[in-house]
Design a protein around this ligand. Structure first.
Ligand SMILES: Nc1nc2c(ncn2[C@@H]2O[C@H](COP(=O)(O)OP(=O)(O)OP(=O)(O)O)[C@@H](O)[C@H]2O)c(=O)[nH]1
Ligand SMILES: [Mg+2]
Length: 327
């Protein structure tokens, strides 16, 4: 009996083929099993997939002596990690080069970048990590590249306004969707440990200095408000400043300055926490065990009067100064 495999299945199979880590292979194979048509013609295939999946899971629990270096796993640094995705020549390296000190290769030919290149962007008093990546096309994705996106906090979709925007959007969205890198609020995909597979996405359109405005309008139309989108010229200092600020906002983090009771606040080295974090979350970030002894806090900042006494559940704002009191 024919297996009648679907395009969705083939995409999951491609995800499996290009996965370089055991965890990513497990995710892809689970997806293959979830979307494979279930009838007599696929009985053998499904049994085979289940066998391979349990082998992968077994291998995942054993400590492997021979560790291979995965160039697509970029060690996190700073207050957040942002990875770029885009077509060849779309301006990814130009963005990372303009915002960070990374030694990127900017070139007027496609496939100039062959491996991820991280760099640090200074935003006011914190550092944010940006990761330049090789391009993605309909026919080519570097093996292991999916891992770079799985590891980050925010994916920046780079769209070149001089190339066919519909084609770029379709290739990139297809990649993100089929690897479960998009957040589905109604049905959030997670791994076995409950970690979310989807990532936040922000869209940056390049070459606004020479492109027609209609290209940007087309991108907005295609996005249908799904993600925010801005257009930039990567050679304009004003645009680059504006982009840095938007990237910080899109990470959805706050900076909080801890002040020891009776002492001056150190405004140099803030803690960074997700938006929505409470006084208790801050205490946990500072010291897990001390957090149990947290009594209350005094806060200077937005929405409170200076030195206001606040409970553990009080939600902090960006740039709050917090004095924690332990009992
Ligand atoms: N006019 C103009 N040119 C740009 C802009 N951004 C990038 N470029 C040019 O576009 C070309 C490609 O830029 P890169 O940053 O190397 O593109 P990439 O996406 O890293 O390319 P790959 O590594 O091959 O995927 C270079 O010649 C850049 O100078 C822009 O905003 N305006
Ligand atoms: Mg590049």
């Amino acid at each position: 009996m024919p297996a009648n495999l679907t395009p969705e299945y083939f995409k999951a199979e491609q995800w499996y083929r290009e996965a370089s880590t055991n965890d990513e292979k497990i995710l892809a194979m689970e997806r293959m099993l979830a979307v494979i048509p279930k009838h007599k013609g696929t009985d053998h295939m499904r049994a085979d997939l289940r066998r391979k999946l349990s082998k992968l899971k077994e291998a995942g629990t054993q400590k492997s002596a021979a560790r291979h270096v995965d160039v697509f796993h970029v060690k996190r640094s700073g207050a957040g990690q942002i990875s770029l995705i885009g077509a060849p020549n779309s301006g990814k390296s130009s963005i990372v080069g303009a915002l960070t000190n990374a030694k990127v290769n900017i070139a007027d030919f496609p496939f100039a970048t062959g491996a991820p290149v991280p760099g640090m962007m200074k935003y006011e008093d914190i550092q944010i990590q940006l990761v330049d990546t090789p391009p993605i096309t309909a026919d080519f994705v570097s093996p292991g590249q999916v891992g770079t996106y799985r590891n980050c906090d925010l994916i920046v979709l780079v769209i070149d306004l001089l190339q066919d925007v519909e084609e770029q959007m379709s290739v990139l969205m297809d990649f993100l969707e089929s690897r479960r890198l998009l957040i589905d609020r109604d049905n959030p995909a997670t791994d076995d440990s409950g970690n979310l597979l989807g990532r936040k996405v922000f869209c940056v359109c390049t070459k606004s200095d020479i492109a027609e405005n209609s290209a940007f309008e087309k991108v907005q139309e295609l996005l249908k408000g799904r993600f925010d989108c801005i257009k930039v010229c990567t050679r304009s200092a004003d645009d680059i400043d504006r982009l840095g600020k938007r990237l910080f906002e899109k990470l959805e983090i706050i900076r909080v300055y801890s002040k020891p009771p009776g002492k001056k606040v150190d405004m140099k080295d803030p803690f960074t926490l997700p938006v929505g974090s409470t006084v208790l979350d801050l205490a946990r970030a500072i010291h897990k065990e001390l957090a149990d002894k947290l009594r209350n806090a005094r806060i200077w900042g937005m929405g409170v009067y200076d030195g206001q006494n606040c409970q553990q559940t009080h939600i902090l704002n960006d740039k709050d100064v917090v004095e924690l009191h332990f009992g």
